[in-house]
Design a protein around this ligand. Structure first.
Ligand SMILES: Cc1cc2nc3c(=O)[nH]c(=O)nc-3n(C[C@H](O)[C@H](O)[C@H](O)COP(=O)(O)OP(=O)(O)OC[C@H]3O[C@@H](n4cnc5c(N)ncnc54)[C@H](O)[C@@H]3O)c2cc1C
Length: 463
C-alpha cells in the first residue's frame, strides 16, 4: 500500500514548505470566500488552497509547485471580475495578488509608473495625482479592482470613450509563464518594436498565459476639470439616439454614460442619495476640454440630448452634484446585487446601433419576463444589461439565461461583440465560439499551448 500523499495534499504541503509562513491558506472557511469572483452565476468550486505571495520570486515558486503537481492555478486580483475568470475550479490553487500592492516607481519625466499587480486602480491614480500626473483607465470598479486584474482583462472604463482602454497604457509587464519562467516583456520607452508584441498578448489574457508580477504603465499629465451634463429621457431608445448623434457629430466627450431608473432607485434605496430620477433613463456626459471649449462641448451635448427627445437637460450646478451622479453610476452594480442574483451582460455594438440594440434588449426582457436594468458606457456602444432574478427562483433564472443568449445573438447580428470589456472567462465561452471562426479559435489555442504547454494556468477559461 502506497503512503504517498494524494496529489491535492502534496501540492498544498509543497507550497507550505517552499513559501514563507503565512503565505498559504488552507482554512476551509477562508477558502470558500475565494471560490468565485463577482460572477457567482458561473460555475465555481472551493480551491485546495489560496496563496498570497509578496514577490515575483514567490509567484515563480507557486507556479513551479503547481507545474510539478499538474495543479490548475487560478490568478486573482480583487475578484471584481464579471465573467468568472477568477472563479476557482475543482482541485485548483488560487494565487491572490492582494499582498503585492507596492507602487515601485513613478517617473514624472518619462511619464510612467511601475507597480506590483495588486495595486488598486484608485490608489495608483491617487499617487499619480500627487505628482500632477494621471493614469486614465477608470473602470467603474476602480475603488477595488487591481492593476493586474485590469491588465489581465484589458479593462475599459468611463473615460475610455476619449482616452482608450488599459491596453493603450501598458508599456511592459513582468510575468511567470506556464513553464515557471520569470520574464520581462515590452519596454519602458515611448516607442519600441523589438519582436512580436508579447506584452500586448498578455493584455486581456485573463490569467491563461502567465501570472503578471509587475506592470509598467504610461501616464498623462493631469487634465482640466470636467464639465458634467445630464439628460433625462422617457425611453432608452431616445437616449440611444442622443448617443449616436453625439458620436456622428464628432464630439469627443470624456465620458458618456447611461443609467436607468431601476439602477438609480437601487442606489437610492442603498445609499439614500436623493437621486430618484423623474425619468426612465439618464445620460451623463462629460467634457474635459479646457476653458471655454469645455463649456461649448457641454452645450453641444445638451443640444443633442434635447434633439433626441430629452425631457430635461442641464449642466450640473456644481462639482458636488456632478460627483453624486457619477457615484450613482459607479454604485449601480453593487446596488442591484442587493436585490438578487445579477447576470451581467457586456455586449458592445457599433455606436450607430446603440438605439436599436437598447430597443431589442427591452423587447427581450419583456418576452422572457426578465427584469433587465441598464447601465452602459454608452459612448463606446458598450452596454451592460443587468438581468435580475429573485433569490432562489430557478425558472426565472432559466428565463434570464435564455434572454442573456438572445442578447448575444442580437449584438452579433448588429455587427457587435459578445464582450466589450469584462472578458470571456467562463460566462462567454459559448459566445466566443459564436463570434470567432474555428480557425481563429485554433490560433488562440496554439498561443495558449506555446506559453502554457501543461495547461496549468487558469484552465477551462477563455479558449
Ligand atoms: C461594480 C463593478 C464595476 C465594474 N466596472 C467595470 C468597468 O467599468 N470596466 C471594466 O472593464 N470592468 C468593470 N468591472 C469588471 C472588473 O472590475 C474588471 O474586469 C477588473 O479589471 C477586474 O480586476 P480584479 O482585480 O478584480 O481582477 P479579478 O476579478 O480578480 O480577475 C479578473 C481576471 O484577471 C485575471 N488576473 C487577475 N490578476 C492577475 C494577475 N496578476 N496575473 C494574471 N491574471 C490575473 C484573473 O484570473 C481573471 O481572469 C466592474 C466590476 C464591478 C463589480
Amino acid at each position: 500500500m502506497s503512503t504517498a500523499a494524494a496529489p491535492s495534499t502534496a501540492v498544498v504541503s509543497g507550497l507550505m514548505t517552499t513559501l514563507p509562513a503565512g503565505r498559504v491558506i488552507d482554512d476551509p472557511d477562508v477558502l470558500a470566500s475565494y471560490a468565485h469572483d463577482d460572477a457567482e452565476w458561473a460555475p465555481h468550486a472551493v480551491p485546495l488552497a489560496v496563496v498570497r505571495p509578496r514577490t515575483a520570486a514567490e509567484v515563480q515558486d507557486v507556479v513551479r509547485a503547481c507545474l510539478d503537481h499538474r495543479t490548475p492555478l487560478v490568478p486573482r486580483g480583487a475578484g471584481t471580475g464579471l465573467s468568472g475568470g477568477a472563479n476557482a475550479t475543482e482541485g485548483s490553487v488560487v494565487i491572490s495578488t492582494e499582498h503585492m500592492t507596492e507602487v515601485l516607481e513613478i517617473d514624472g519625466a518619462e511619464r510612467l509608473a511601475v507597480v506590483q499587480p495588486g495595486v488598486v486602480n484608485d490608489d495608483l491614480r491617487a499617487v499619480c495625482a500627487e505628482q500632477g500626473l494621471w493614469y486614465p483607465p477608470d473602470p467603474a470598479s476602480s475603488p477595488w479592482s487591481t492593476i493586474g486584474g485590469n491588465v489581465a482583462t484589458n479593462a475599459g472604463g468611463l473615460c475610455c470613450v476619449k482616452y482608450g482602454v488599459t491596453r493603450d497604457y501598458v508599456l511592459g509587464v513582468q510575468i511567470v509563464n506556464g513553464l515557471g519562467e520569470l520574464v520581462r516583456l515590452g519596454r519602458r520607452t515611448a516607442k519600441g518594436v523589438a519582436g512580436l508584441d508579447l506584452a500586448g498578448l498578455m493584455v486581456g489574457s485573463e490569467g491563461t498565459l502567465g501570472v503578471i508580477t509587475e506592470v509598467t504603465v504610461k501616464l498623462r499629465p493631469a487634465r482640466a476639470p470636467e464639465h458634467t451634463v445630464a439628460g433625462y429621457f422617457d425611453s432608452v431608445v431616445d437616449a440611444g439616439r442622443a448617443v449616436a448623434a453625439i458620436t456622428a457629430a464628432g464630439l469627443t466627450p470624456s465620458a458618456l454614460e447611461l443609467v436607468d431608473r431601476t439602477c438609480l432607485e437601487a442606489v437610492d434605496a442603498w445609499k439614500n442619495m436623493g437621486l430618484a430620477a423623474e425619468a426612465d433613463v439618464v445620460l451623463l456626459g462629460r467634457s474635459d476640454a479646457p476653458g471655454a471649449a469645455g463649456d461649448a462641448e457641454a452645450g453641444e451635448m445638451l443640444r443633442h440630448f434635447e434633439a433626441a427627445g430629452a425631457t430635461f437637460a442641464a449642466q450640473a450646478a456644481d462639482a458636488e452634484e456632478a460627483e453624486a451622479l457619477f457615484a450613482a453610476r459607479r454604485l449601480a452594480y453593487p446596488a442591484l446585487e442587493r436585490l438578487g442574483p445579477v447576470l451581467t451582460e457586456d455586449v458592445c455594438v457599433p455606436r450607430a446601433a446603440v438605439p436599436e440594440m437598447l430597443g431589442r434588449i427591452q423587447e427581450i426582457g419583456r418576452r422572457h419576463g426578465t427584469t433587465i436594468a441598464n447601465i452602459a458606457h454608452a459612448g463606446d456602444g458598450n452596454l451592460h444589461p443587468l438581468l435580475i432574478t429573485p433569490i432562489g427562483d430557478e425558472p426565472a433564472r432559466r428565463r434570464a439565461q435564455e434572454a442573456f443568449e438572445e442578447i448575444l445573438t442580437d449584438a452579433l447580428a448588429l455587427g457587435g461583440t459578445v464582450t466589450g470589456e469584462h472578458g470571456v472567462g467562463l460566462l462567454k465561452r459559448h459566445g466566443l465560439e459564436r463570434e470567432q471562426a474555428p480557425e481563429v479559435l485554433a490560433m488562440q489555442r496554439a498561443v495558449k499551448a506555446a506559453l502554457d504547454p501543461h495547461g496549468i494556468l487558469n484552465p477551462g477559461k477563455v479558449v
